[in-house]
Write a protein that binds this ligand. Sequence first.
Ligand code: NAD
Length: 347
Amino acid sequence: MGSIKVAINGFGTIGKRVAEAIDAQDDMEVAGVTKTGPSFGCELAIKKGFPLYCTFDDEDRIVKFNDQGYDCLGGLSDLLAVSDVVVDCSPGKMGAENLEKYKSAGVKYIFQGGEKHQLTGLSYTSSANHEENMNAPGTRVVSCNTTGLSRTLVPLFEHCGSLKVECTMIRRAADPGDSSKGPINAIKPVLKVPSHHGPDVMTVKPEIVINSLAVAVPTTIMHVHSILADLPAGHGLNTESIIEIWSNSPRVIIMNGTENGIPTTAEVMEMARDIGRKWGDLHEIFVWEDGVRLVGDRLYYFQAIHQESDVIPENVDCIRALMGLEGDWRKSVEKTDEAISRYYSTS
Ligand code: NAD
């Protein structure tokens, strides 16, 4: 099979990151990206050499790009015609309309966590259900929070065989690029109880029994999860061996808040900038070692999620699953992460 041609529909916060992660791989390439109009994001597409298309097929919208000096190659239909799979990175809740377009173009499709599981009937995280997604026509990469929960809960579940979880999502109010969201001086509980985040884990690992609450707080850089997990009797684990399990799990970073001088999300993001990925991204889930404690059979821990980027490498693995390129999730994760690391150390 030649290089897989991937369309990115929606070149915003998630779309631009997914495009570069795909550009880093040797078994797939960016067939093109869409913008709704000639806004500032077009500059990045041009700079990276990603073919630029309009989100819509209307001729009057397409010419607007050219009027502003951007070489727009056509509408979404033109892009889908030269693609094998589309990664839908449109704002949430636009899925149903876009899905029809993908189906009629005969391309595979990946949605993001802003869409409901019911849209595709199948969801994805690399560590939980890569195999289940092999050769499927389409799926949904779960949200940043659900991806984060899966990263640490699935390896625990694999060891224990069962898990009951209660957790609170302490969510950033807005992404750094958003000017219209809040709160800026309040803590805002999500009054739909329980929140959707925990139960969403069950779309990729139904055996984990989980509920969640959520609050939004005035920060833009990360989410923090406060998690209580009840392990089954006879689990044979202690605090240290749980930390060991996570140390051996891909895309999890464990550091000591006190000893490593990284007590808050501000320092975590500064450390992420040192890693050197573009936009200061942190694809890994960050766990504070000194915030992990097993008391009896109940595990307490905190983790931090870089909401704009933890799902990015998952989209790459997901393309490999849908296209039947790699059945072993660990091999895909290794390939994805190595390629991204090489990309940002040379570009
Ligand atoms: P965004 O608003 O930053 O970007 C969306 C892009 O899609 C914009 O460029 C917009 O112009 C374009 N667009 C608008 N209408 C469109 C349409 N009909 N078809 C295609 N594109 C259209 O949004 P985002 O933060 O990148 O979110 C994209 C998806 O990823 C959502 O489902 C969201 O829930 C999910 N997600 C977001 C985050 C995050 O923190 N930003 C994290 C994980 C998952």
